[in-house]
Design a protein around this ligand. Sequence first.
Ligand code: PLP
Length: 378
Amino acid sequence: MVPGPTNVPDRVMNAMLGSIINHRSQEFTDLYRSIQAGSQYAFQTKNEIVVLSASGTGGVDAAVGSILAPGDSVVVPGFGEFSTRLGEGARYVGANALIPQADLGTAPSLEDVESAMKSAGRPKALCVVYNETSTGVTWRKLKELKEIASKYGALFVVDAVSVLGGDELPVDRLGVDICIAGSQKCLAAPPGGVILSFSEDAKKAMSGVKPRTQSFDIPRYFKFAEHGETPFTPSLPIFFALDEAFKMIREEGIEKRIRRHAVCAKAFYSAFETLGLKAFADEKYRSNTVLGILYPKGVEDAKFRTLLSERFGILIAGGFGKMKGSMFRVGSMGVIDEILVTVTVSGISQALNQSGYRCDTSNALAAAWGVLRELSEA
Ligand code: PLP
């Protein structure tokens, strides 16, 4: 139950056992085309898709490296570890990244974003993290952020590594120029794959930028994609897994999947509240895929999580940076369902009691089930 890598269904794991095929063959072309179509469905886009054999950070590097030249200015609002890393990624390629910081547990105000865009002087892009995994905050202002980006003639880049497939993100409707999703989060595939979508505007912006690395030379990927290939040897087992994962997403339907995530997150929040725990994020920012919960006084992070893991078989994550030791994070991603919510709430409640914090497990489970029944309602 960590916020990625998440649980992977057997169907997806078994798909990786397929024979290693030639990546210059019709068989691979069929696989690549199938993954592209599956990605477009999940991203809700007609934009061009690129699949990289890399982790989420590789996708972030590829995105900023493909559109930013040294000296370009870019605005990257920071409100936690991954948004700050996105800004640092832009600095790695030599761009002048403005990273206005907001308090942890919140998201930046639109006024602050606008004033950063104003002071950036012809910013080439506005890059945002949609779901800040380090704090459990979802920035539900993508429409407004796109409007700000457009006002300044800037591209709109969204790091959706820990949320795509688990919350609303209609890429075309929102006008997202580059969207980045990680295989190991809400897509419920193993780590090692990252999928990016590129709008026509993003592709145009690349023509004036010299790729910084061969392996992330995105225009080269477009060229090879015309024939259903990747320029370099892809991680075939991950590609097999991604194809199966996208098939499962299609079978469930993206809307139903997003709703399942929303209901399970609501059940978690309701159960935790009943246990007397407080979410770190304000209600309006609360993530449906990563739940950041503050520890009650007296419960020690490392001891609690070791107990939960060893006694109850449940892995959750701790806090990041300044929040290390004061919160825990639960990933509610991919295959999340009634059973996982029930087992996790029950384990956390029992482990809290064994850590000296008195709380009532049956009340928490009743609160969770009060919400979970929405899953079986039409
Ligand atoms: N961006 C976000 C929002 C993330 O949550 C993560 C990882 O958790 C990353 C980027 C980096 O992904 P990876 O660890 O796969 O490189």
